[in-house]
Design a protein around this ligand. Sequence first.
Ligand SMILES: *[C@@H]1O[C@H](CO)[C@@H](O)[C@H](O)[C@H]1NC(C)=O
Ligand SMILES: *[C@@H]1O[C@H](CO)[C@@H](O)[C@H](O)[C@H]1NC(C)=O
Ligand SMILES: *[C@@H]1O[C@H](CO)[C@@H](O)[C@H](O)[C@H]1NC(C)=O
Ligand SMILES: *[C@@H]1O[C@H](CO)[C@@H](O)[C@H](O)[C@H]1NC(C)=O
Ligand SMILES: *[C@@H]1O[C@H](CO)[C@@H](O)[C@H](O)[C@H]1NC(C)=O
Ligand SMILES: *[C@@H]1O[C@H](CO)[C@@H](O)[C@H](O)[C@H]1NC(C)=O
Length: 471
Amino acid sequence: MRNHRSSSYTSLVNGVNLFFFLFVFHLHPQSSASTLPKEALPTKSGYLPVNDTTGSAIFYAFYEAQNSNHTSLSQTPLIIWLQGGPGCSSMTGNFYELGPWRLTPSLRKNVNHLELQPNPGSWNRIFGLLFLDNPIGTGFSIASTPEEIPTDQQAVARHLFIAIRKFIALDPLFKSRPIYIAGESYAGKYVPSIGYYILKRNPLLPHSERVNLYGLAMGNGLTDPATQVGTHALHYYNLGLINEKQKIQVEKLQFEVVNLAEAGNWSGAADVRSNMFHFLQNVTGLASLYDFRRYRPYDSDWVEKFLKNPEVKKALGVNESMVFEECSEVVGEALYADVMKSVRHMVEYLVKNTKLLLYQGQCDLMDGVVSAESWVKKMDWEGIQKFLDAERDVWNVNDVLAGYVQKSDNLSHVVVIGAGHFVPTDQAVNSQAMIEDWVLDRELAIYMDDIQMLEITCMKMKGKREPSAQP
Ligand SMILES: *[C@@H]1O[C@H](CO)[C@@H](O)[C@H](O)[C@H]1NC(C)=O
Ligand SMILES: *[C@@H]1O[C@H](CO)[C@@H](O)[C@H](O)[C@H]1NC(C)=O
Ligand SMILES: *[C@@H]1O[C@H](CO)[C@@H](O)[C@H](O)[C@H]1NC(C)=O
Ligand SMILES: *[C@@H]1O[C@H](CO)[C@@H](O)[C@H](O)[C@H]1NC(C)=O
Ligand SMILES: *[C@@H]1O[C@H](CO)[C@@H](O)[C@H](O)[C@H]1NC(C)=O
Ligand SMILES: *[C@@H]1O[C@H](CO)[C@@H](O)[C@H](O)[C@H]1NC(C)=O
């Protein structure tokens, strides 16, 4: 989703950070290692060409699993991360959310600047983690011409498929590894699209060339926009953020969006949806619709500041002349008419063929829990009633409430407490527990010491319900 950054306080603070950051860099050009220390370098990074004729290519940064060995590596799952937007770089996911090193402001020697700190909730603890700047034109990815930037999900998936297969070909050990694709926000479109594309294309390829897809995860996703847009008025009203008169105004806008989408006026529908969010931002006075608790927006723009540093670019294998933007307006324009188009039919196909995880931070007002549940219950899938009837379990991590889990067959739904739109930023360790348990089909949340494990086993034996469930 597009960012809503309107707080002058944030730009002031970030301006100060940027100033000192550049100041430090220019004073000590050789000390750039302190901005991207060797131990924080990706295992591999660079480009995966998607069109040899034009030279367009997808930028990637890959981090091998922290706990693995050469023997087990050929079976260690690989997680591919796709950022939303449309047009936002997965480097936000990498350096601000779920990567092994996250940006944080530091106060050292009276100089305020950004530095990388190890992330205790990194998603590469036991899995390989691959960030792709998707589609071309996003982040460090290269679009040779603006015309080549995808304008629909089919074209997005075609490029991603080429890039993923090129990545797998980089190392013989990658070939047999189970692949999971995860993403956030607008990637609620990309993840089903590439999943669908893989399942349709795989049977046409020899076994050795197939993509070993094992599952798909979507966090705070936009997947079935015309259904999701209908949930905001009541959601905001029930939170006490708008009054009844404003609720009626928002309902009118929602209705208009749906009508325009049904008439196939996709840009018009996207315009009115965007007006609706501006109205909600305006009347609620919130710093960000991504998290109703925040007094200032997410600081994801730190990533842009960091990646403007030529030394950092060089270390990542990027040409120093590349200009990094957190979100590309050109890509946003190219996919603008795609915003309101649904991919629910793809999810309906996927859930019959692979496992799916839908998770949302509870405090998101853009693509939150209510918004996700609104389209899930409309799914045309034989397992849907069983899913809707399934118990919603309390989910604990380290004996502390982490959220709720509902699961049936191939579909898991997790609500993450204490998180907004960027779940891994807000709940790093819990998000790690969630993804690891889901990938490994674990019954219990991890990070329990043996005593806790024993207690749970005992409770189970006494026929009590275990305090933790599998996301
Ligand atoms: C590569 O680009 C050329 C020129 O735009 C286009 O005709 C061709 O279809 C592209 N190939 C792929 C695989 O997208
Ligand atoms: C490597 O991983 C395999 C499979 O998990 C395990 O059996 C083996 O003991 C590990 N070897 C080392 C040296 O850790
Ligand atoms: C699409 O909707 C917008 C907003 O209502 C409107 O201004 C525009 O004329 C419509 N376009 C078409 C082709 O109907
Ligand atoms: C909302 O928008 C109106 C005009 O469009 C403006 O006068 C008002 O100050 C805005 N309110 C807030 C809280 O930003
Ligand atoms: C970086 O890009 C510029 C402009 O496109 C080009 O002239 C230069 O050769 C590139 N440098 C490298 C090292 O590829
Ligand atoms: C779940 O996915 C598996 C393939 O992984 C499939 O065989 C099964 O039929 C699916 N279950 C449902 C209820 O669709």
